[in-house]
Design a protein around this ligand. Structure first.
Ligand code: COA
Length: 164
């Protein structure tokens, strides 16, 4: 059934009580989905190396993103939107939130890996200014698919300057 979503989207840090809904979104989004235990480990990590955010549509969990902070760099490990909430700008809002969070943390770069055949995700990342920086050939065993490495520099904010 199509979701006629008119609720405002809010994005906040994920908590332990979000895990069951996140696990459902995982199962519905990936063949190799993360278990509730794996999600719990990330959501409860309190050493500052992992940040997990959840996108709320009203009181429903529409999607989430998981990011690691490694050597001054943010790495998006996962982003998924529940099928009934896709194509409504929520993935874009969630990714923007992760970019802003990374800037807030003073990180220089945000990076990720994506299956070469994942057209929706690739289009989302390109729209958000990520650039392809490498390929890992046949990285994913299933389907013998390449991993595309992408990143986005966070330091410079683009401004248009007119010189007379
Ligand atoms: C990839 C994903 C997160 C996108 O989330 P979403 O909320 O549907 O995306 P949005 O509505 O914010 O779309 C933003 C942009 O992404 C691109 N996009 C999103 N879905 C697309 C699709 N099915 N086909 C082509 N482009 C798509 C478009 O450029 C879109 O901008 P536009 O609306 O101006 O055309 C979602 O499809 C998903 O959860 N997929 C399954 C999990 C997954 O593959 N995660 C990525 C792992 S690397």
């Amino acid at each position: 059934m199509c979701n006629t979503n008119t609720n405002a989207i809010t994005i906040r840090q994920a908590k332990l009580y979000d895990v069951p809904a996140m696990a459902r979104i995982e199962r519905e989004s990936f063949e190799d989905y993360w278990s509730p235990d794996e999600l719990t480990k990330d959501v409860t990590c309190d050493d500052g190396s992992i940040y997990v955010a959840v996108a709320m549509s009203g009181d429903e969990r529409a999607g989430y993103a998981d990011m690691r902070i490694v050597a001054g760099e943010a790495q998006i490990y996962n982003i998924a939107i529940a099928p009934e909430f896709r194509r409504q700008g929520i993935g874009e809002a969630l990714l923007m939130h992760m970019i802003e969070k990374s800037r807030e943390l003073g990180l220089d770069i945000i990076s990720l890996e994506v299956r070469s055949g994942n057209e929706a995700a690739m289009a989302l990342y390109e729209k958000m200014g990520f650039k392809q920086v490498g390929i890992r050939k046949a990285y994913y065993e299933k389907g013998n698919e390449d991993a595309v490495l992408m990143d986005k520099e966070l330091g410079a904010v683009e401004v248009e300057v007119q010189i007379n």
